[in-house]
Ligand binder design. Structure first.
Ligand code: AMP
Length: 561
């Protein structure tokens, strides 16, 4: 097996990557590093994110910098700010035991003055998004005449994002370059054109076949009717407890809508799309990276440059038009040798599209039935059991409570105890999915338009969501009064009311739902139309008395509470 030493890397860089836990080179590193280290040839490397491509160009790039020379000697172009920051950080990490090369990241949405100062302080490597670098060239801040090596990272994405002109300008400015290293997951015409205009007889370094998917990724798809797509999404998510996923939608609006519904339904989810300010995007990404978000719902554009290594599932909420885009989406999972699942939820007419993607990418797709309610409950149950089994016990802390716990549970047999522990979370899913219909499109007896609602009841009650909360001056007492006064709902038919800052959940007997829902939606509050939706039953752990803070109903609207 080839080692990093065999590839010709210097000792200080070897120490750096050992510290990062890299033991053996990935296939793309094995292929690229010797060429990049020992020749001035131009080359095209076909590599997706997750294959170790950053180190494949980063290590030789660093080794070929002259530490004594305080000019910009190398330039890396990346499509997004996120990737830029990531690559610059990686270069610093690889060289932690080598010379302290001066690496500067330049990208839009951050102070240009700071970046100018950093460049003037003696940048040796610039990692840039094309747009911002052109700004700097126009201001004559960045001099690129001493640049020997240019890396085009994710070239296909860069051109997809409309950076063609900027890339042209930059490649013309690096007039004394010795070589261009182009990395791309796919080889569309636009990338070919850049190669034939600016590169000299480039070698093609490719581990697999062009436009081919990563072998560590399993491709699956589910078929359902258009109006069952959201239910199918929830089923698939719920049937994969522990999922850490990226959900792709086709449009910004769909992204927002799905994220809102998922949040409402109690998932740790959020949206990433072009309407968000950079600071909000950063905040969402940070939460996702730290796993405070389990599901990130994104558009293709917003998801560019997302570099999170351990995403378990990519979910295509609808297929993209281009096979290349599918390839990019699915490449966000199955990274760094891990396995991943790329699954698609589609309506029947898109099955042909699956065949097209199969032909173009050589990915093998498996069609799966949408999990039934029973199957979801089963997966959740065994996930809970595994969690209980693997639970870390803080012996010293729990010890003082044990005598009381034993006393409280004394009358239960081991079998009864196990049943109850396992039921704590399981009941929530059971309640939700007990009467859930089969939403597979060819399921027997599942006549069009005749399937039951995909919502559950908890203790005979159903949970609803209302887009009104404390900040609207709403109080629990007033809400109860309103339900009894306007809709004649007796107090005992209302269960738990969970009032949050901007929304609330409440339990109600199903027989009142229609009238209450229709009635509440007649109201406006603070100029907003009241909206009511079905919600997941609340988690067991939340079932505790909450202190309630009252407020005043807004008055004087068209029909205000
Ligand atoms: P990249 O394709 O550059 O985005 O790399 C994907 C992930 O693989 C990153 O988290 C790297 O830290 C990791 N990685 C890259 N090369 C290696 C290697 N030789 N051994 C182990 N992990 C690696």
């Amino acid at each position: 097996m080839t080692s990093f030493q065999d590839l010709g890397l210097e000792e200080a860089l070897l120490q750096g990557i050992t510290a990062l836990g890299f033991e053996t080179p990935t296939p793309v590193q094995e292929l690229v590093i010797p060429v990049a280290l020992h020749s001035d040839d131009d080359f095209i490397a076909l590599a997706q994110t997750g294959t170790g491509k950053t180190a494949a160009f980063g290590l030789p790039l660093l080794q070929r910098i002259n530490p004594a020379e305080k000019n910009v000697q190398a330039l890396v172009l990346c499509p997004t700010r996120e990737l830029c920051v990531q690559v610059a950080g990686d270069l610093v990490n690889y060289s932690q035991f080598a010379h302290q090369y001066k690496v500067v990241a330049v990208y839009g949405g951050a102070s240009i003055e700071t970046q100018i100062r950093q460049i003037k302080a003696g940048a040796q490597i610039i990692v840039a998004t094309p747009g911002r670098l052109v700004d700097l060239l126009v201001r004559q801040v960045a001099r690129l005449d001493k640049v020997a090596r240019v890396v085009l990272d994710e070239a296909d994405e860069m051109l997809n994002m409309g950076f063609k002109e900027a890339v042209d300008l930059i490649l013309e400015a690096v007039e004394n370059r010795k070589s261009i290293w182009l990395f791309s997951a796919t080889m569309p015409e636009e990338v070919r054109a850049i190669a034939s205009t600016y590169m000299h007889d480039p070698q093609e370094l490719s581990v697999g076949r062009r436009n081919q998917t990563n072998e560590n990724i399993v491709h699956q798809y589910y078929i359902c009717r258009a109006d069952d797509r959201y239910s199918a999404l929830k089923r698939v998510v719920d049937a994969n407890p522990g999922i850490y996923g990226l959900i792709f939608c086709r449009t910004k609006n769909e992204t927002k809508e799905i994220a809102e519904q998922m949040i409402r339904d109690g998932y740790d989810a959020d949206a990433l799309h072009g309407d968000l300010a950079q600071s909000d995007r950063d905040r969402v990404m940070q939460r996702f990276r730290e796993r405070n978000l389990q599901l990130l719902i994104a558009t293709d554009v917003a998801a560019r440059g997302i570099d999170v290594s351990d995403i378990t599932h990519v979910i295509n909420y609808g297929l993209p038009d281009e096979s290349e885009v599918y390839l990019h989406r699915s490449g966000r999972t199955g990274r760094a040798g891990r396995t991943g699942v790329s699954l698609s939820i589609i309506t029947p007419k898109f099955e042909e599209k699956i065949r097209q993607i199969e032909r173009k990418t050589k990915a093998v797709f498996t069609k799966l039935p949408i999990p039934t309610g029973f199957e979801v409950c089963e997966s959740q149950l065994f996930h809970i059991i595994q969690n209980i089994h693997d639970q870390k016990v803080h012996h010293a802390e729990i010890e003082p409570f044990l005598p009381r716990i034993y006393a409280a549970l004394e009358d239960l047999s081991k079998e009864e105890l196990i049943k109850r522990f396992a039921s704590v979370e399981f009941n929530r899913f059971l309640a939700y999915y007990r009467n859930a219909p089969d939403i597979n499109i060819f399921a027997k007896g599942d006549k069009k338009g005749h399937h039951r609602r995909d919502t559950g009841t908890a203790g005979g009650m159903q949970r609803l969501f209302v887009n009104i909360g404390l900040m609207d001056g709403v109080s629990k007492k007033d809400f109860l009064q309103l339900l009894s006064r306007e809709f004649r709902v007796p107090k005992h038919s209302i269960g738990d009311i969970d009032l949050k800052k901007s929304y609330m959940h409440f339990d109600i007997e199903p027989s009142y739902i229609r009238e209450v829902r229709a009635g509440l939606e007649e109201f406006t509050i603070n100029g907003r139309r009241v909206k009511v939706n079905d919600a997941m039953p609340r988690p067991e752990k939340e079932k505790k008395d909450k202190k309630f803070v009252g407020g005043k109903w807004e008055k004087g609207r068209k029909k205000a509470w």
